[in-house]
Design a protein around this ligand. Structure first.
Ligand SMILES: Cc1ncc(COP(=O)(O)O)c(C=O)c1O
Length: 409
C-alpha cells in the first residue's frame, strides 16, 4: 500500500511550462472534452458530443469478426503492419468510394487513427507558423484544435444555408495573406448542419484552380443521409488538389479509431512519412476485424439501420424545439449527419447559458467553441441528436426551453 505522502501527485513542480516548445503555448484543451466530463454523469441528457447511439453498436458482429480474424490470420493480425494500412481493407474502401465517383487505387489511400489523426498530419505536413487556413466559421472544432498547435492562423468564411458563402472566397484570397488550404465540410456540416449544393462545389473547384488552392474535404457523415440525393464529392470534381477524409467512427463505432485519407499518390507518400513518426501504423488487428465485417456486407445494412434511427431522432428534436422553445429560436434542418445548429434569442448568450442547462442536467456545446479564437456564435448551440433516445431528446429539449423562457422572463 502506498502512503499518501508518497503519491507522485505530491511532487514539487520543477517549472514544466517554461520548458515546453513555443508552439505548445497555442495548444488549448477542447471545450467539448471539458463538457464531456459532465456528460459522463448518468443523470445528464447529453446533446454535447458527436457520439453515435451506443445501443446500436455492432457488438456481436465485432465479437465474431475478432474470433474469425484470430482463428484464420492470428499471426498477421497481431504483428506490425504497413504504415499505409491493410491492403484488403483499402481495396474495400476504394470499391465503396467508386460508387460515389471517387475512382482511386489503393495507393491513393492511407489508413489513420481516426480522421482526427489525419487533421493532425495535415497540420504536420502543410502548416508553417502563421500560415493561413481558410475555414468556415463555424467549423469543426477538432480541426481548429489540431491546427492551432501548428500555429496556424485562420481565415474565416461565413456560412449560410448552403454551407460556405462561396462568393466571399475570392475577396479572402485576394487579401494580403498567402493561402494554401481551404477546409470544407460539404455534407451535413459539423456544427452547422448544412450541405453544399453541387453548384457551390463546382464554383469552389473553379476558384481553387484559379488560385492554386488545396481543398481539404472532410466527410465523416456523407453516408448518413436521411433525405435528398447524394451530391458529387469535391474530390471527384478536383482530384488533383483535394485531400478527402472519411472515417468509420460514425458508421461503425468511434472506439476503434479507424479512418482514411484519399489523395494524389505524391501526397500519400508524405502522409506515410508523417504517420511513421507519429505511430508507425494504425492497428493491424482492428483493420483486419473491420475488413472482415465489411467483406460480409454488414456495413451497408448497418448504415441503413442507423439512417432509420437517426432520422427519427432528428425529427423528434426538431418537433420538440418547435413545441417547447421560445418562438424567436431558429435552427437548421439537416438532411443528414448528427447535428442541429440552433440560435437562441438575442438575450441569451450560450457561453453562459450552458451553466444553467447543466444545472437542469442537459448538455450542449455553445456556439463560440466552433469559431477561430472563440469569436462568434454567441447565441448559437450545437445539438447532437444521435446519442439520446427519442424520449430523452424530448425531455432535454423541453428542459432547455424552460430554462430559456426563465432567462427571458
Ligand atoms: C467533421 C469531423 N471531422 C473529423 C472528426 C473526427 O473523427 P474521428 O473519430 O474519425 O477522429 C469528426 C468527429 O466528430 C468530425 O465531426
Amino acid at each position: 500500500m502506498t502512503n499518501n505522502d508518497e503519491l507522485i501527485t505530491q511532487v514539487e513542480d520543477i517549472g514544466w511550462e517554461k520548458r515546453l516548445a513555443q508552439r505548445t503555448r497555442s495548444m488549448k484543451p477542447s471545450f467539448i472534452r471539458e463538457i464531456l466530463k459532465f456528460t459522463a454523469r448518468p443523470e445528464i441528457i447529453s446533446f454535447a458530443g458527436g457520439l453515435p447511439a451506443p445501443e446500436l453498436f455492432p457488438i456481436r458482429e465485432f465479437g465474431e469478426a475478432c474470433k474469425e480474424v484470430l482463428r484464420t490470420h492470428g499471426e498477421e493480425a497481431l504483428q506490425y503492419g504497413p504504415t499505409e494500412g491493410y491492403q484488403p481493407l483499402k481495396q474495400f474502401i476504394a470499391e465503396m468510394l467508386s460508387k460515389y465517383g471517387i475512382l482511386v487505387e489503393t495507393d491513393n489511400i492511407i489508413m489513420t487513427n481516426g480522421s482526427q489523426q489525419a487533421l493532425d498530419l495535415i497540420g504536420k505536413l502543410f502548416i508553417n507558423p502563421g500560415d493561413c487556413m481558410i475555414t468556415s466559421a463555424p467549423t469543426y472544432l477538432g480541426a481548429l484544435q489540431a491546427w492551432e498547435s501548428y500555429e496556424a492562423r485562420f481565415c474565416p468564411i461565413s456560412v449560410d444555408g448552403g454551407g460556405i458563402i462561396i462568393d466571399d472566397l475570392p475577396a479572402i484570397l485576394e487579401s494580403d495573406h498567402e493561402h494554401k488550404l481551404i477546409y470544407v465540410l460539404p455534407n451535413f456540416h459539423n456544427p452547422a448542419g448544412t450541405t453544399m449544393p453541387l453548384e457551390r462545389r463546382e464554383r469552389l473547384v473553379e476558384i481553387a484552380r484559379e488560385h492554386d488552392l488545396v481543398i481539404i474535404e472532410d466527410d465523416p457523415y456523407g453516408e448518413l443521409r436521411y433525405e435528398g440525393e447524394y451530391i458529387t464529392p469535391i474530390f471527384r470534381l478536383a482530384p488533383e488538389r483535394t485531400i478527402y477524409l472519411s472515417t468509420f467512427s460514425k458508421t461503425l463505432t468511434p472506439g476503434i479509431r479507424l479512418a482514411y485519407v484519399v489523395s494524389p499518390k505524391t501526397i500519400i507518400t508524405r502522409f506515410i512519412q508523417a504517420k511513421q513518426g507519429a505511430d508507425l501504423h494504425t492497428g493491424t488487428f482492428v483493420q483486419m476485424v473491420v475488413n472482415d465485417i465489411c467483406q460480409r456486407g454488414f456495413l451497408r445494412q448497418h448504415v441503413k439501420r442507423l439512417r432509420g434511427v437517426y432520422s427519427q431522432r432528428r425529427d423528434m428534436m426538431m418537433d420538440a424545439i418547435a413545441e417547447h422553445w421560445p418562438q424567436e429560436c431558429t435552427y437548421t434542418r439537416p438532411k443528414g449527419g448528427l447535428f442541429l445548429w440552433a440560435q437562441a434569442p438575442e438575450q441569451i448568450k450560450t457561453r453562459e447559458f450552458i451553466d444553467k442547462a447543466l444545472e437542469m442536467n442537459v448538455a450542449f456545446v455553445p456556439g463560440f467553441a466552433f469559431y477561430p479564437g472563440g469569436e462568434g456564435g454567441d447565441h448559437a448551440m450545437r445539438l447532437n441528436f444521435s446519442y439520446a433516445n427519442e424520449e430523452l431528446i424530448n425531455e432535454g429539449i423541453y428542459r432547455l426551453g424552460m430554462a430559456m423562457k426563465k432567462e427571458l422572463s
